[in-house]
Design a protein around this ligand. Structure first.
Ligand code: CTP
Ligand code: MG
Length: 169
């Protein structure tokens, strides 16, 4: 029960932040179009100011709503869920940025996915930064990473069969 509560509390801001950054992604890139020493973009067009700001804001807001509805969150986390939700969200975006940064350094184009890193960068980043307040157990780390990869794979197959995608990956 405690495991389920904790991984759910971890997943909510992580998934909200990541998916809403995608939904609300804007136009102005957060690297302002600037290039790194290697002549390639620092992060690229896929990391926008709007997506970043709204992802963090709404991921944190999700934690606030859950905290208000279920005041017991601190029993499971031994920490304030609003503060933790904020760290999870900022970390999620940071993990995504770091992954993008290295993709550009290796010449990988924006939007080209490196499985399973692209699917899990936000989980790594969020749980890592969140560790300032809540240290996940090894099982929680493994579960959240595996669940995230599995959800992507299943989601893509559903989208393929629903003819929303050309291929199942
Ligand atoms: N997005 C955004 N701001 C962010 C993160 C994501 O605006 N901080 C939006 C962008 O429209 C982006 C989309 O969400 O294209 C999907 O995000 P992601 O898959 O992480 O980016 P990619 O386009 O694949 O870019 P990259 O190759 O740099 O990972
Ligand atoms: Mg990414």
């Amino acid at each position: 029960m405690e495991f389920v509560a904790r991984v759910s509390l971890m997943a909510i801001p992580l998934y909200l932040c990541n998916s809403l950054a995608l939904v609300f992604g804007g136009k102005r890139p957060i690297d302002f179009g600037k290039k790194f020493f290697d002549g390639r973009r620092i992060l690229g067009e896929g990391k926008t100011l709007r997506g970043t700001a709204l992802g963090i804001a709404l991921g944190t807001m999700g934690a606030l709503l859950v905290k208000t509805a279920f005041p017991e969150t601190s029993i499971f986390l031994q920490s304030d869920y609003l503060a933790y939700g904020f760290l999870l969200s900022v970390g999620a975006v940071a993990g995504d940025f770091i992954e993008s940064f290295f993709k550009r350094r290796f010449g990988v184009e924006r939007g080209k996915s490196i499985f399973p890193l692209d699917q899990t960068d936000f989980v790594f980043g969020g749980l890592a930064l969140g560790s300032i307040l809540v240290v996940p157990t090894l099982l929680e780390w493994v579960f959240l990473l595996a669940f995230t990869v599995l959800a992507h794979v299943i989601g893509n197959w559903i989208a393929y069969f629903a003819k929303l995608k050309q291929n199942p990956w």
